[in-house]
Design a protein around this ligand. Structure first.
Ligand code: ZN
Length: 439
């Protein structure tokens, strides 16, 4: 079945009226000359101030974009908070230099108001000893998110409800929701889900790239043929507490189980559509329709190898990487001066011999297909920033205004676009909380 599209084509509608309809004053900022800025050109004092992103999409669209309440459902940045040398979320970094895609200066440039910051843990053996050790890793990850917010209270605030998110955004701060990607660290003790709930976690994905005690992964061989009995209990517990159930990385059968069992709408926090590119991490149209029929949302991923047949790196890149690794075998052991030299050389390498990747056009082809199929009430953005996402022309969050520009070009209204950027997600977060409160 097809959902009503509900869009109003923009032909003949002045952007100025859209800006007025948007209801937010867009920030008109000039990037500080001292911060390296890949996307916004520096402006002299006698030029009129341009909204951030104007160099990418023009001043009018950039101003409109900056006025939207914009959330991404899959920010893997907490991994860097814990372990990346020299990473400071308050300072601007460069993807080709440090390998990061999210920080506060780039959130401002890209107009990203926050999102779900991910507690991800890699998977080991399915036994009690491994569960216990990785449980501590997951708790530390949540504490790192809390610490980031506590250290920068003027910039960030933790959100646990949709109402929180709106209030925090209205106060001009960045929204910090928390989610779990891979419930493996919960082991077989489901009471830990409530522990994470009390730490503020409001979204939970049972499985990652390998099968675990809760579910089959989309990138593993079927073991449970969907959710395991414990995985079914996890869904019920998430519903009881008021957490959104996240089907990204789950096998199609496990996702179907989640959609059937969950009392509240299921989210795909970072997924794609199989109709556009056949990959196990992408979801077939029939399942997306089932997801949407129960109020769920797909948040569009931007991870290259799920979007296109990404070729092998060029021999020149391979040789340059080998030379860099040979020269600097252990970057973390270097003196600060040598570490900066290493990063400079790494950036030069990435500029001269960029890695092969999918493109922004691939991301938008996926996004527009999902919108055609499901309508603007069931699609959002979750691009896997700092977790492998980012493609050519969309390499970090400073490029987000391009999504708004593409959606406008495709005929979506400002009202639709605001739903895509945050409204649909907040509806699902609220539905989970309301269900729990009504129990
Ligand atoms: Zn993922």
């Amino acid at each position: 079945m097809r959902f009503s599209k509900g869009t109003r084509p923009l032909a003949g509608v002045a952007l100025a009226s859209l800006l007025a309809a948007c209801g937010h004053a867009p920030p008109m900022q000039t990037p500080a000359a001292s911060t390296p800025n890949e996307t916004a050109s520096l402006q002299s004092a006698d030029q009129p101030q341009q909204p951030l992103g104007a160099d990418l999409v023009g001043a009018e669209v950039a101003a409109l974009h900056q006025g939207f309440f914009t959330l991404d459902t899959h920010l893997d940045t907490p991994a860097f908070l814990v372990s990346l040398r020299g990473y400071d979320v308050m300072k601007r970094h460069r993807f080709f230099r440090e390998g990061t895609q999210v920080d506060v200066p780039r959130m401002n440039e890209g107009g990203l108001d926050g999102g779900f910051w991910v507690i991800f843990t890699p998977q080991g053996a399915l036994n009690e000893a491994s569960y216990q050790s990785v449980r501590d890793v997951a708790l530390q990850r949540s504490l790192a998110i809390h610490k980031m917010v506590a250290a920068n209270p003027e910039t960030f605030e933790l959100a646990t409800t949709a109402e929180d998110a709106i209030r925090i955004n209205d106060a001009g701060k960045k929204v910090v929701f928390q989610s779990i990607e891979n419930s493996y660290p919960i082991g077989e003790d489901l009471s830990l889900i409530e522990t994470f709930y009390k730490l503020g976690v409001r979204m939970i994905g049972p499985v990652h790239s390998r099968n675990n005690q809760f579910a089959d992964s989309s990138t593993d061989e079927p073991q449970w043929n969907g959710l395991s009995p414990l995985g079914k209990e996890l869904v019920a517990e998430a519903n009881r507490l008021g957490m959104v159930v996240d089907g990204s990385h789950a096998s199609d059968a496990a996702l179907e189980d989640m959609i059937e069992l969950s009392a509240t709408p299921v989210i795909l926090s970072h997924s794609g559509t199989n109709a556009i590119y056949d990959h196990p991490r992408n979801v077939p149209d029939e399942l997306l329709v089932k997801l949407a029929e129960k109020g769920g949302v797909i948040q569009m991923n931007a991870l290259g190898r799920y979007l296109a047949d990404v070729s092998d790196p060029s021999p020149e890149r391979v040789a340059a990487l080998q030379a860099l690794t040979g020269k600097w075998p252990d970057p973390n052991a270097l003196s600060e001066a040598d570490y900066q030299t290493y990063l400079d050389e790494r950036e030069t390498l990435n500029r001269n011999f960029p890695p092969p990747n999918a493109t922004f056009e691939d991301v938008m082809e996926q996004t527009l297909h999902a919108l055609e199929l499901l309508g603007p009430d069931h699609v959002g953005m979750g691009s896997d920033w700092d977790g492998g996402g980012g493609v050519i022309g969309f390499q970090d969050i400073s490029y987000l205004p391009k999504v708004t520009a593409s959606l406008l070009e495709a005929g979506y209204s400002a009202e639709d676009i605001e739903k895509i950027w945050s409204g649909n997600l907040l509806r699902v977060v609220k539905a989970a909380a309301d269900h729990a409160a009504a129990q």
